[in-house]
Design a binder for this molecule. Structure first.
Ligand code: FAD
Ligand code: SIN
Length: 531
């Protein structure tokens, strides 16, 4: 199969790019691949909303820029921050034009929410299901586009580069080029090759490399792992953001999120003794940036020997709560918690990958004809910690920029004709699938125990030696058995785990989301760790 534009991922980043390209080139072929149903994405679960300067009287670009830089703790690329903050409102207007509805107040103005690290109310939202609404609007446009084909239940296994033509490709090769992908069609179990002129990775996050995460099953860092295998550049993977308030519900995966907007509307964190403990940690209390709140909760849990703290909403107005957070209200009721009477048990959970595939300001990766946007990309916006609700914004801004850049390039690129088919010679069906699920659990346990919110050198070393063993066993399985999504995902979360640990070992300081008790000071050297 051949396609002009190949988009891997049907979340906000992939869909935004595909729609723009389809409108620009009605005669060209655009293919979107997604590994399960087209709406099963991190995007669908986004609750709080999308940040953007909307109230030009109280808010300003300068304030949003400053909040983003403070959260990023010295490592944001200031040029990129300015681009995202200033171009963001235009992109939000576009998705409103596509049909996304954001809540309005009684006067008909957008009701702007507030979250941790924001100095102003600037979060547009659709109740507490903003991502679902944005995804709905994008998919309805996509379904009307005649030149976009969506291949659901297709799992991309690897990028095709010169390596597959028999050339030696190393980290120092300057012209590594992407010619398309090998994809496992889950309907007929065959691996097909898709050749493309331009490929866009919009594969989302990697929360599934941890035991407790807000991310759905699809979030296994596939794009990052594929680029790393193809010898492309990956950056700042040690900065994994833990959301402070996932619902504590043992045995449930993924964890249900209690949006930070609840704290924005007045929710208060309390420990087992009922103390509003955030006062002891930061002057911004419950609305300090996420790294600070998550570490404070972690500390309270360890100090008190508890597995969670509480979010207290009992003093909040019931009608307003139900209006803004109907999904959360119902979910809590379904497990016997009336949030107006009882406090909600919450604990931190792996939530967002701030690093990823290194890109420039147009979404170009270090591999030619390959773009990355959305959560899988590291654009320089988030630095050492992402400001809440900046990621939907970043995804739209960089999908747009990648689109603009690829419009300039598409007519200079032709298909590569000599790509071999996938070789299944000598492989057999795996005899024990349980080996794959056990290794996956082990990996998640190792990452949660040794590479969580608080790290130290011994824990990181331990994690690395455990990962080494898992890597060897899994590669052996990969070489000898038929490829399955479960095996590929295991391979990918091991690679991502390795990149997180390696980044954490290189970073001999505590900054933003990376907190190492053996290196508590910040280094004077501001550096991104590129692997
Ligand atoms: P995704 O939406 O995750 O889409 C990834 C796509 O890639 C999927 O279609 C998947 O099938 C596909 N894919 C991946 N690997 C493969 C493969 N190998 N083969 C084929 N297809 C593949 N951010 C905010 O700004 N505001 C919020 O309020 C907010 N709330 C959040 C709440 C939750 C519970 C979570 C989990 C995240 C939240 N975030 C929020 C973060 C934000 O939702 C994500 O960063 C963003 O949606 C990522 O979009 P994306 O397009 O990059 O990837
Ligand atoms: C939330 O709603 O608290 C999540 C927002 C985000 O991850 O940006």
């Amino acid at each position: 199969m051949q396609t002009d534009f190949l988009v891997i991922g049907s979340g906000i980043a992939g869909l935004t790019y595909a729609l723009k390209i389809s409108k620009e080139f009605p005669d060209k072929k655009i293919t979107v691949i997604t590994k399960t149903q087209e709406d099963e994405t991190n995007t669908k679960y986004a609750q709080g909303g999308v940040a953007g300067v909307w109230d030009e009287v109280k808010d300003s670009f300068e304030k949003h820029i400053e909040d983003t830089l403070i959260a990023g703790d010295g490592l944001c690329n200031e040029q990129i921050v300015e681009i995202v903050v200033k171009e963001g409102p235009e992109r939000i207007k576009e998705i409103i034009d596509y049909g996304a509805q954001f809540d309005k107040d009684a006067s008909g103005e957008y009701a702007l929410g507030r979250e941790g690290g924001h100095s102003e109310h600037r979060i547009l939202h659709h109740k507490d299901v903003t991502g679902k609404e944005m995804e709905r609007a994008l998919l309805s446009q996509l379904n009307a586009a005649k030149n976009i084909e969506v291949l659901s239940h297709c799992y991309v296994v690897d990028l095709i580069t010169q390596h597959h033509l028999g050339y030696l490709v190393t980290k120092s090769t300057l012209d590594i080029t992407c010619f398309g992908v090998y994809v496992l069609n889950l309907r007929n179990k065959q691996i097909e090759k898709i050749l493309s002129k331009i490929t866009v990775l919009a594969t989302g996050g990697c929360g599934q490399s941890y035991r407790t995460t807000t991310n759905p099953k699809i979030a296994t860092g596939d794009g990052v792992a594929m680029v790393y295998r193809a010898k492309g550049k990956i950056e700042n993977m040690e900065f994994i953001q833990f959301h402070p308030t996932a619902l504590y519900e043992p045995g449930t995966s993924p964890s249900f999120l209690i949006t930070e907007a609840v704290r924005g509307d007045g929710g208060i964190l309390r420990n087992k003794d009922g103390e509003a403990f955030m006062e002891r940690y930061d002057a911004r209390k419950d609305l300090a940036p996420r790294d600070i709140v998550a570490r404070a909760i972690d500390n309270e849990m360890k100090r008190n020997g508890t597995e969670h703290v509480y979010l207290d909403c009992r003093h909040m107005d019931k009608e307003k709560f139900i209006q803004h957070f109907p999904n959360i209200y119902q979910k809590c009721l379904s497990i016997g918690i009336d949030v107006m009477q009882q406090m909600i048990p919450v604990a931190p959970a792996a939530h967002y990958s701030c690093g990823g595939i290194k890109t420039d300001e147009w979404g170009n990766t270090s591999i030619q004809h390959l773009y990355a946007c959305g959560e899988c990309a590291s654009t320089g916006l988030h630095g050492a910690n992402r400001l809440a609700s900046n990621s939907l914004l970043e995804a739209m801004v960089f999908a747009h920029r990648a689109y603009l850049d690829s419009v300039q390039k598409i007519n200079t690129i032709s298909f590569e004709g000599h790509i071999p088919d996938w070789n299944t010679h000598g492989t057999t069906e795996p005899s024990e699938m349980i080996l794959i699920t056990q290794s996956q659990k082990e990996l998640q346990q190792v990452m949660s125990d040794y590479v969580g919110i608080v790290r130290n050198d011994v824990r990181l070393e331990r994690a690395m030696s455990r990962l080494d063993l898992l890597h060897k066993e899994t590669e052996e399985l990969y070489q000898t058995t038929k490829v399955s999504p479960q095996l590929c995902e295991l391979r990918n979360i091991i690679t991502v785990g390795y990149l997180i640990v390696k980044g954490a070992q290189f970073r001999k300081e505590s900054r933003g989301l990376h907190y190492n008790t053996d290196h508590l000071e910040k280094s004077n050297l501001l550096q991104n760790i590129i692997l």
